[in-house]
Each structure stands twice: as structure tokens, then as C-alpha cells.
Design a protein around this ligand. Structure first.
Ligand code: ZN
Length: 352
């Protein structure tokens, strides 16, 4: 299934590129700016089973994307500047914001030198449990479980299931099936319990990922000292806010900001909703973010920014630079707004 969806997306991007659709659609669908979503930036690995590869791009691709942005006449700006332009309706020049979710150490090691060299402002959204070293990167725990075993026993919807995962193909299918089943569970807690249970039974140390992959507070403070860098909030526990109670969602958003302020000396004005799709953050979360005083908040709903977004600054769309599509020509198509306009049926704002 994953392979089919990928082929369709890739075909769509290719079609927009070769037909020049991205060029003639751009004035209609390009909007006033783009917020890009990235996660890991690190050299490619050879492993055949990498279900989370969509969350990483190579340093070389990041550099190509920056070049593409500049060639396209877009101006890289900070989140504060993006917010100012939305509020003051200053849309003289199309802009782009580079944003990195989760605070991975590779951002400091590989992305930062490139962004610095090209003088590109960027934001890092940090779930505070990651530098505090008690975060659960459950999607990596699931990957590690499937990578190491040939067969998984799991209870799905009350039924005993045994899922073969001997070959790479089987592992990919198993990941896809279990991942989306987890995402479909009614509460965040049910999902976490299911993953913890898998980790225990198959001998994976879920706590190690934080330690190995995420920046420490001193590393974050080194980044935060650079005026190019904005540190944004991303809750405490990286929970899908719509899957917890309103009180818990508020606490996650508020505490995430307070802990960053205590550690780095400045309260974040910008928020990223974890996972960020419409099942993870909706009108309730947008309202809480507004009450808590955040200036902007980003989702992972796909799209470019239009002037109308000035009244939806707590529900901003982004465009993901997906590791499965690391071609500069795809960046060109994505920046044009054409691909997301097609996916969204030409609807400009999705804040419901
Ligand atoms: Zn995240």
C-alpha cells in the first residue's frame, strides 16, 4: 500500500514538473509564502528497511533546496518575520520558513553549518521530554522491534494476530499495518501502552533513542544563541493533542513553553503540534494555543500560505521536504504551491 501511494505522489510531482503545470499554476496557487517541515538531516544509510526515511533528508539535498528557494526568488525569513508579514499584510516578496521538528542532534551537526553558511533563518520545535531524556520516540521503537524479529504477536482490535516480518517487504508491510493501527487508537495512552508492550516483549530499549538522537539542553542553548535560530514549542511529551483531554492538551502546550523558557531564558512564541495532521490537532487545540498567547502555530496539513492565513495563524499549513522525494525538481514543484493545491482540491485554508 505504501508503495502504491508513493508511486501516485511521485507521478503527480513528475507530471506537474514535466507539463510545466507548476509554472503556470504558481500565480494562482503559490500564495504569499511557504513553511517547510524537516526532521532529520544526515547522510543516507544503506539499510533496506527504513520505514521512517520520509523523516530525513541528506545535507546535500538541504543545500540543493536552499539553492532552489533562492533561484525561485523566495526570501528565507524567521517565524517572527513571517508573523509580522501576515499581521501587517506585507506580501511584497514571497517568503519561506525552514522549520525542523523534534530537535535532533543531526540538525546541529549537519543542517546548522549549511543554514549558517547560506544565512538562512530557521526554527527548531522542541518537545521538552527529548532534551530531558524521558521522551518516547515510539515510531522508532516500532521500527526497531520489526527490524529485529521475524514474527510479531500482537492483539489488534481484540483479535490475536501474528504478523510475519522476515523479509524486507514483510517488514515494510508490518510497519505500515501496525503504525496505522496505532494511529487509529482512540487515545494517546492506548497507543503508548501498546508500543511499550512491544518494546518490552521484543527487547528494544525505547529510552535509548532520546539519548542517541536528540539534542541536549546545552546543545540547544548553543543553537539558540545564534540570532538565525528560533526555538519553538512542541509540547512536553510529543503527544497528539487531539487524543488527550482538553486539560492535558493545555498542560502539554503550556508546560512545553515554560520548560523551554526556564532552560533557555526565552519563552517560545511559536508552536508546532506534534504529528500535526487533522486527527492530532484541530479547532480545540488552535483555540488553546491562541489563549496561551502563541503568535503562530504550525500543523502538518499540507499547503502554502495565503493572505487569509493572517486570521488562522494558529493553524498554519506546511510543506514537508520528504526524504522519499529528494529531487530538486520536486522542491520546485512543491514551492510553487501547485502540488498542494491539487491535493487540497484548490481549497486555500483548512483550519477546521
Ligand atoms: Zn514532532
Amino acid at each position: 500500500m505504501a508503495a502504491i501511494r508513493e508511486t501516485i505522489l511521485r507521478a503527480g510531482l513528475e507530471a506537474l514538473y514535466v507539463t510545466g503545470g507548476h509554472v503556470w499554476l504558481r500565480p494562482l496557487v503559490g500564495g504569499v509564502g511557504v513553511i517547510l517541515t524537516l526532521h532529520h538531516v544526515r547522510p543516507a544509510r544503506a539499510d533496506a528497511f527504513q520505514p521512517n526515511r520520509l523523516l530525513e533528508v541528506t545535507p546535500r539535498f538541504l543545500e540543493a533546496a536552499i539553492r532552489r528557494v533562492r533561484l525561485g526568488g523566495l526570501e528565507p525569513v524567521s517565524l517572527d518575520e513571517m508573523h509580522r508579514r501576515l499581521v501587517e499584510r506585507d506580501f511584497r516578496r514571497r517568503f519561506v520558513c525552514f522549520t525542523f521538528d523534534d530537535g535532533y542532534r543531526d540538525n546541529l551537526r549537519f543542517a546548522y553549518p549549511i543554514l549558517k553558511q547560506h544565512n538562512v533563518p530557521f526554527a527548531v520545535y522542541v518537545p521538552t521530554s527529548f532534551p530531558d531524556r524521558f521522551g518516547e520516540l515510539w515510531w522508532l521503537t516500532l521500527e526497531a522491534v520489526i527490524a529485529r524479529v521475524d514474527r510479531i504477536g500482537i492483539v489488534i482490535d481484540g483479535r490475536d494476530r501474528r504478523i510475519d516480518c522476515r523479509t524486507v517487504e514483510e517488514k515494510r508491510d508490518a510497519y505500515e499495518a501496525i503504525y496505522w493501527w496505532l494511529r487509529s487508537l482512540a487515545t494517546e495512552e492506548e497507543m503508548r501502552v501498546a508500543v511499550r508492550d512491544l518494546a518490552r516483549r521484543y527487547g528494544v530499549d525505547g529510552a535509548a533513542f532520546c539519548q542517541d538522537l536528540c539534542m541536549t539542553w546545552p546543545e540547544l542553548s548553543q543553537l539558540a544563541a545564534d540570532p538565525l535560530v528560533t526555538i519553538g514549542a512542541h509540547t512536553v511529551n510529543h503527544v497528539r493533542l487531539a487524543k488527550v483531554t482538553a486539560d492535558a492538551a493545555r498542560r502539554e502546550m503550556q508546560m512545553g513553553a515554560s520548560v523551554i523558557e526556564a532552560a533557555l531564558g526565552r519563552r517560545p512564541r511559536h508552536l508546532s503540534y506534534p504529528i500535526g495532521d487533522s486527527a492530532s490537532a484541530g479547532p480545540r487545540e488552535f483555540a488553546i494555543a491562541r489563549e496561551l498567547g502563541f503568535a503562530t502555530a504550525v500543523t502538518t496539513r499540507a499547503g502554502v500560505l495565503f493572505p487569509e492565513h493572517c486570521v488562522h495563524a494558529l493553524a498554519l499549513p506546511r510543506i514537508s521536504l520528504n526524504g522519499e522525494y529528494q529531487q530538486p525538481r520536486y522542491v520546485r514543484v512543491l514551492l510553487s504551491g501547485a502540488a498542494t493545491a491539487m491535493w487540497n482540491g484548490f481549497r486555500r485554508v483548512d483550519a477546521a
